[in-house]
Design a binder for this molecule. Structure first.
Ligand code: NAP
Length: 320
């Protein structure tokens, strides 16, 4: 089958589009023919070496498609089921996924919708429900608000009754963040974020700061978190946050969290709960999906260049 894989971590030129062996179905896994796969920032970390992976490695963590084979212990799924999955190796025509990482799709959810909400919506929703349970009236700062996770965060926070302060790098992204629920937008490529946040919050800062940018925004994020507030650092788009001295949290009794989505989905029950809630948000139209572009599998390299080049908004998908 065709896939995009690496034999060595590094730049986009290490991404190889070519033939790979068909994945093997184990007793507890299912084989899925992918119709749409999601592109996520984590794919760039796997490719570049920010996160270690076993080599050779087929890139991609999420896909939506139909089951074409089931392992002998599998009872919950059958051939023909339409599913979304977080199996490893989804930049590929077929993926073998452990059943714990597979969720059935209702008839009214398309493959495009499932792959577009997937990792990004679950990351956003777990953050605002568990990481910091957002309450009506809270003021929340969201960095990279026009990105995949960012736009979904804006929509969810609006739905929960929060005041949303968003940061973005261009005027076009600012407009998009506003359209998706941001009350205030700060262009962090030319404005002083801490000053603006202090003006907006009358010097109090934000109840929570949701930071997927990482290295470049760490100091700003800490400065914008109010006393007793929560700082969630959930990604490394600009690089990994350097080690911190824990005492920096004491100045305002800040709670710091560094979540990883897959630790919210460790059991079947957890997975069903979070997926169920996110599907409900989609059904209620709280989530309005914004797909930046559908890429061909052979153009996956370009998708990484676009994503890391800050040229995209919303979700990037591979269509087979
Ligand atoms: N912890 C988890 O489980 C989890 C799960 C999913 C995603 N994430 C994290 O969430 C973040 C967002 O992921 P996403 O897939 O939705 O990506 P994305 O937000 O669509 O893309 C990243 C955005 O980050 C901003 N950015 C700021 N500085 C950057 C830099 N130096 N280089 C590149 N981008 C920069 C850019 O927006 P501007 O141009 O507006 O600055 C860019 O569009 C990532 O850090 C990702 O790792 C974490």
């Amino acid at each position: 089958m065709k896939a995009v894989f690496i034999t060595e971590q590094g730049g986009v030129d290490n991404m190889i589009y070519g033939e790979v062996p068909f994945p093997k179905v184990t007793d507890n896994s299912v084989l899925i023919k992918n119709h749409v796969s999601g592109i996520n920032y984590i794919d760039t970390y796997h490719r570049s070496g920010v996160y270690p992976v076993p080599l050779p490695f087929i890139i991609g963590k999420e896909g939506a498609g139909e089951i074409v084979e089931v392992g002998k212990n599998v009872t919950d799924f059958k051939v023909g089921d339409r599913v979304v999955h977080f199996g490893s190796g989804t930049y590929a025509e077929y993926t073998a996924a452990d059943v714990s990482a597979v969720e059935k799709l209702a008839d009214d959810v398309s493959y495009e919708q499932a792959a577009a909400i997937g990792i990004q919506a679950l990351t956003a929703w777990t953050m605002v429900r568990d990481g910091y349970p957002v309450k009506k009236g809270d003021t929340i700062l969201v960095h990279a608000a026009a990105g995949g996770v960012g736009l979904l965060l804006c929509q969810m926070l609006k739905h929960l009754g929060a005041t949303v302060i968003a940061t973005v790098s261009t005027d076009e992204k600012a407009q998009l963040a506003k359209k998706n629920g941001a009350d205030y937008v700060i262009n962090y490529s030319c404005e002083d974020v801490v000053k603006r946040v202090n003006e907006i919050t009358e010097g109090l800062g934000c109840h929570a700061v949701l930071d997927g940018v990482g290295k470049d925004t760490w100091d700003t994020s800490l400065a914008c978190t109010r006393r007793l507030g929560t700082l969630i650092s959930f990604g490394n788009a600009s690089g990994v946050v350097p080690p911190i001295s824990i005492g920096c949290l004491a100045q305002k009794n800040v709670k710091l969290m560094r979540p990883m989505l897959f630790n919210y989905l460790a059991t079947r029950e957890e997975s069903k709960k979070w997926w169920g809630e996110v599907f409900e948000l989609l059904r209620k139209k709280v989530l309005n999906l914004h797909v930046h572009k559908f890429y061909k599998l052979e153009d996956a390299k370009q998708s990484h260049l676009d994503l890391q080049g800050r040229k995209t908004t919303g979700k990037l998908l591979i269509k087979f």
